[in-house]
Design a protein around this ligand. Structure first.
Ligand SMILES: [Zn+2]
Ligand SMILES: [Zn+2]
Length: 145
């Protein structure tokens, strides 16, 4: 796996160790959401020595630093996706195939800000998960009945 070292981003979650850098780089190289387990398997096949618990801790820290979006798959396992900017995004996730589409969440952001302000809360964060069945999976289901 090549590419430049995203050092400033790694430093958001602490010291820029080689392992953290490797995990962040692998996450950036991933298109869509990925679990710690899948990332671990991929790094092993690239002969990178990073333990699963290090991957899990790094991904969680990235999410807390606002550099990864997190959703839970139907089995309850957390899936991570690199977030390039400070603004978070919301996704529509297909429960069958895992397809993830970014959605326009401006109304949700406005609503969350308002609710927080009205109740005089600071540092309000929210999690919104939208899951369903994508058009491709619905078409496939029809073919098989
Ligand atoms: Zn699907
Ligand atoms: Zn939001």
């Amino acid at each position: 796996m090549n590419g430049t070292t995203p050092r400033p981003e790694v430093e958001l979650i602490g010291r820029a160790t080689q392992q953290r850098t490797t995990v962040l780089r692998a996450l950036i190289a991933t298109d869509g959401f990925v679990s710690a387990q899948v990332l671990h398997a991929r790094l092993i096949s690239d002969e990178e020595r990073v333990g699963l618990s290090t991957i899990y801790r790094t991904l969680t820290a990235l999410a807390e630093a606002g550099r990864a979006d997190v959703v839970r798959d139907p089995g309850g396992e957390r899936q991570f996706r690199y977030r390039p900017g400070a603004d978070h995004r919301h996704y529509l996730i297909c429960r069958q195939c895992g397809l993830s589409l970014p959605v326009d969440s401006a109304p949700v952001e406005t609503w969350a800000d308002q609710v927080g302000e009205e109740a005089d809360f600071a540092d309000v964060v929210h999690t919104v998960e939208l899951t369903g069945t994508c058009a491709t999976c619905r078409a496939e289901a029809r073919e098989h009945t």
